[in-house]
Write a protein that binds this ligand. Structure first.
Ligand code: GTP
Length: 401
């Protein structure tokens, strides 16, 4: 399995607050990840290698300055350097895996969640004790109380109506009910619309934003779209370099700038994407907690400034959430949705978690959350471990077929 983006150091805690850092080094990451002296200044990078099967690049265009945005600093200067012409590393995996292997991975990824649920049905008597145990197991899997109760209500009805006495049949019915419950979250990311599709990615530290962007860039390329990335985390050199390095290895243009205003980088990326006929422009943003109000203002500003480069953009605003986060994910969705108007979710790290039920809580609108559609789920660090969310497959992986 091809693995990439693995950080050399442990992930920064979401609890870290850039605000507490000295102004000269406003970085969210732990000291280990952050050299006291930043790495040698990197030229803003605009690689222009051409992915196989893609059109030749246009002449790089110097983007216009960011239009008047109160307190906006000078525009980024992504002077598109000539292509460094590194021999592009071969694609780690040429073709997407067979459907069966993906399903097997999803299943094994969610096995820790599934185990606690599926073992309950083996040779069991179908009675009130079973329903109570199931309710507890669902809540433990992070479905939340609302979703657990609503699923169990449906299950009781079906068991009564169909006079089900077999534990395994109860499991199958619960699986059907879970799939139905999750189906409203299913949404396909539409690539067939006017380009560039400007997609902004937000989330807390370490949720998997940059990794997911890398995986998506590959997916979009495989579907014949030219991709441009904006390294919107101008504070943390490691985050920027992670994206830039990915771009180098995979023939994807990356607009990056050390320091400065992330909104300016985003603006430049959109302009550049328009000028170069890109299919998708993905804007990475620094990790932030919803409680860090100044950083939430910053991410709102990025969105506003993107709209100055293209009045219809951003076309997608995606929140990346870590599937292990538990019920706090709901608070994250609510806050980012309020700040940015989310169009979709990417739920990562569903592999090896005992809490794969969080999507049921989202679908139930628990804690007043809007059931924001889920475009993709991440079940591993490999390039193919980000897959479209399909309710039926998800329910099957969780509860068996
Ligand atoms: N197991 C697993 N690990 C993942 C998944 N997605 C991302 N990761 C890992 O999670 C870690 C953090 O991922 P990043 O992409 O750096 O997260 P980020 O949100 O960009 O982090 P910041 O830039 O610090 O805000 C990395 O070690 C990734 O390899 C997933 O679906 N499964």
């Amino acid at each position: 399995m091809f693995s990439f983006f693995k950080k050399k150091t442990p992930q920064p805690s979401p609890e870290q607050d850039r605000a507490q850092e000295p102004p000269a080094a406003p970085v969210p990451a732990p000291a280990a990840d952050q050299p006291a002296v930043p790495p040698a200044p990197r030229e803003p990078i605009a690689q222009e290698p051409v992915a196989p099967g893609m059109a030749a690049p246009d002449t790089p265009v110097a983007p216009p300055p960011v239009p008047e945005e109160p307190a906006a600093p000078a525009p980024a200067q992504p002077v598109p350097a000539p292509a460094p012409a590194p021999a592009p590393a071969p694609a780690p995996q040429a073709a997407p895996p067979a459907k069966s292997s993906w399903l097997a991975r999803l299943k094994s990824g969610l096995s820790r969640t599934g185990q606690s649920l599926t073992t309950l049905f083996v040779g069991v008597k179908v009675d009130e004790d079973l329903f109570e145990e199931l309710e507890t197991a669902l809540i433990m899997a992070d479905t939340g109380v609302d979703a657990a109760q609503s699923l169990l209500k449906g299950l009781r009805e079906r068991v009564r109506q169909e006079r089900i006495e077999d534990g395994d049949r109860v499991r199958q019915v619960l699986r059907e009910l879970l799939a139905e419950h999750l189906r409203p979250l299913e949404r396909r990311f539409d690539l067939d619309r006017p380009a560039p599709i400007v997609t902004m990615i937000a989330g807390v530290n370490g949720a998997g934003k940059t990794t997911s962007i890398g995986k998506l860039a590959r997916t979009f390329q495989q579907q014949g779209r030219r991709v441009l990335l904006a390294a919107g985390d101008t504070f943390r050199a490691a985050a920027r370099e992670q994206l830039v390095e990915w771009g180098r290895r995979n023939d994807v243009t990356v607009i990056a700038q050390e320091g400065g205003d992330p909104a300016a980088v985003a603006f430049d990326a959109v302009k550049s994407g328009q000028a170069r006929g890109m299919g998708v422009v993905m804007v990475d943003t620094a990790g932030r907690l919803p409680t860090q109000l100044h950083l939430m203002e910053e991410v709102k500003k990025i969105k506003r400034v993107i709209a100055k480069a293209d009045a219809s953009a951003p076309h997608e605003v995606l929140l990346v959430i870590d599937g292990n986060t538990g019920q706090n994910a709901l608070a994250q969705i609510k806050a980012f949705d309020q700040a940015l108007g989310l169009t979709g979710l990417i739920v990562t790290k569903l592999d090896g978690t005992a809490k794969g039920g969080i999507l049921a809580a989202v679908a139930a609108g628990a804690q007043g959350v809007r059931p924001v559609p889920v475009y993709w789920i991440g079940v591993g660090e490999g390039i193919d471990d980000l897959q479209p969310f399909v309710a039926d497959e998800f329910a099957g992986a969780l509860l068996g077929n």
